[in-house]
Design a protein around this ligand. Structure first.
Ligand SMILES: Nc1ncnc2c1ncn2[C@@H]1O[C@H](COP(=O)(O)OP(=O)(O)OP(=O)(O)O)[C@@H](O)[C@H]1O
Length: 294
């Protein structure tokens, strides 16, 4: 419980806890005092990532302008907005993938689990183990299904119980039943949707805390897209998922929080998904959501 509460606040809180009907409600209140934020729907969430005033540049081009937001733990957070507004750039700031672009530069603070990922002491490779990524086009390695999943585990020296770990990752990615009898088959011989679930299995095999997804279903047909959407919702029980999507209906269907970026790399609104889609604060967001532009 917070040390900085006034006597009055403490008494008010004690009253609330006493009258809370269930122990779950008590837990909710407790969480709000330690780290959480109360959302527009009254739920309380812990945050795992906090962006503070992030500016990002590619050479002279400014791709993000003063972006600040807190991303809740074990939820799906969607980034939407018109083409070129900086959604992918923001996603790639989170696990420092932009380091791989020579001209890219990031200013501001991006806290993950309380530490600025841009601190000199942070090893980006170790960071990316904790914050995995799934890309737009499925990109399995030209290896067997088994080896695709085992790859990251071997790199990390986690070679004990390998068969169990591979199976678990494939199960968690909702692919096991389809591939369990053909684990030696090349990952490239799977369908597009299966390949993307294989990439998700590869990402989760190394047990990250956060999974970043950059339009993970945009190259897939409607059935495969729906499977990926179901999977994303399931993954959020164990992982924090941050997804960039062009598809507003997809964001509305699967995300808990939505960030709306508009042209010029500005984050215009960030809130509970329901609020963004039903009653946004900003007229520009309203126009975007209702298809008046973008
Ligand atoms: N590697 C790069 N080098 C130079 N400029 C880049 C690079 N990547 C992105 N940009 C530019 O940065 C801006 C933001 O791009 P970003 O890909 O983040 O937008 P986005 O909202 O994800 O777009 P889309 O929805 O089309 O994928 C754009 O003007 C883009 O042209």
């Amino acid at each position: 419980m917070s040390e900085n509460m006034s006597e009055e606040e403490r008494t008010a809180l004690d009253d609330r806890i006493e009258t809370a009907e269930s122990s779950d409600e008590e837990k909710l209140i407790e969480t709000s005092i330690s780290t959480g934020e109360t959302t527009t729907t009254g739920t309380v969430e812990e945050e795992i990532i906090e962006a503070r005033d992030i500016d990002a540049y590619y050479g002279d081009l400014q791709a993000l302008r003063g972006v600040s937001m807190s991303i809740p733990t074990n939820r799906v957070t969607a980034m939407i907005g018109p083409s070129g507004c900086g959604k992918s750039t923001f996603l790639r700031c989170i696990n420092r993938m932009n380091d791989l672009v020579d001209t890219a530069r990031v200013e501001g603070e991006l806290l993950f689990d309380g530490q600025n990922v841009y601190d000199e002491t942070v090893d980006p490779v170790a960071l990316r183990r904790r914050i995995g990524m799934v890309f737009q086009s499925p990109n399995p390695f030209p290896k067997s299904i088994y080896d695709n999943v085992a790859y990251g585990l071997r790199v990390q020296g986690k070679t004990d119980d390998m068969d169990e770990r591979v199976e678990q990752a494939l199960r968690d990615a909702a692919l096991w039943d389809e591939v369990k009898d053909q684990l030696d088959k090349s990952g490239l011989d799977l369908s597009g949707g299966q390949q993307q679930r294989l990439c998700i299995a590869r990402a989760i095999a190394v047990d990250p805390e956060v999974i970043l997804m950059d339009e993970p279903a945009s190259a897939l047909d409607p059935v495969a897209t729906s499977q990926i959407e179901d999977l994303i919702e399931e993954l959020a029980e164990d992982y924090t998922v941050v997804i960039v999507t062009h598809n507003m209906q997809q964001a509305a269907r699967i995300s808990d929080k939505t960030a709306v970026f508009l042209t010029g790399g500005e984050l215009v609104e960030f809130d509970d998904t329901q609020k963004i889609f039903e009653n946004p604060e900003s007229d520009r967001v309203e126009d975007y959501i209702t298809g008046k532009f973008g």
